[in-house]
Design a protein around this ligand. Structure first.
Ligand SMILES: N[C@@H](CCC(=O)N[C@@H](CS)C(=O)NCC(=O)O)C(=O)O
Length: 199
């Protein structure tokens, strides 16, 4: 099978990506990944479910990434694609280190992202008659429990070894999101970790 277009290594440095979505959304993760990689990009800062967002993703969700003729969706899929393609922010695919990194990424999706998203759905995303506001107390309790687990596994400035990687970007975005959603405060160690990454 032939690729539709092959990008030469020297072209990667100037390859222009297009990021779809407002910064105050999961799009932030993709913007941060691109900034770390040092890849040039332009942002079309459209709101979720807007007409423009629907042009790139039939569900109206953001972020999306336009790379040549391809439109990629889902923040973590996009981050992983970029990290693999540029050989940064990730252990190489097919290694034990990568399996451990992916396990942490998926744990963060289950225990942080999904919890925060459920709280958002029951606050303002779902039709009002479908919301169950009482569930938010349980979600906050679940988040607190997960935050304590993450804090316990944190041994240094980063989650994996001694360098920034995709799980750090995901975790830090979720910690910011939790603050915005008025979730319980995390312990001092995890707070300092998030603050250092934000800086
Ligand atoms: N798993 C997807 C979730 C994307 C998502 O739900 N994005 C929100 C904004 S942060 C959105 O577009 N919501 C609109 C909707 O669900 O209709 C990802 O990580 O990109």
């Amino acid at each position: 099978m032939k690729p539709s277009r092959v990008i030469a290594p020297q072209e990667l440095a100037t390859h222009m990506y297009k990021v779809i979505g407002t910064t105050k959304s999961r799009t932030f993760r993709v913007l941060w990944t691109l900034a770390e990689i040092g890849a040039p990009f332009e942002q079309i800062a459209v709101a979720p479910r807007s007409e423009e967002a629907l042009r790139y993703n039939a569900s109206g969700k953001v972020p999306a990434l336009v790379d040549g003729d391809a439109v990629l969706t889902d923040s973590v899929a996009i981050m992983t694609y970029l990290a693999d393609k540029h050989g940064q922010l990730t252990a190489p695919a097919g290694t034990i280190a990568r399996a451990e990194q992916d396990a942490l990424t998926l744990w963060l999706i289950d225990e942080f992202d999904a919890i925060l998203w459920s709280a958002a759905k029951h606050s303002f995303v779902l039709p009002e008659e479908r919301r169950v506001p009482a569930v938010k107390e349980t979600l906050k309790w679940e988040f607190e429990r997960a935050a304590a687990q993450l804090s316990a596994r944190l041994q240094g400035p980063f989650l994996m070894d001694d360098a920034l990687s995709l799980p750090d970007i995901l975790a830090c975005h979720c910690l910011n999101w939790a603050i915005g959603a008025k979730f319980p405060r995390v312990d001092a160690k995890l707070f300092a970790y998030g603050k250092a990454l934000r800086a």
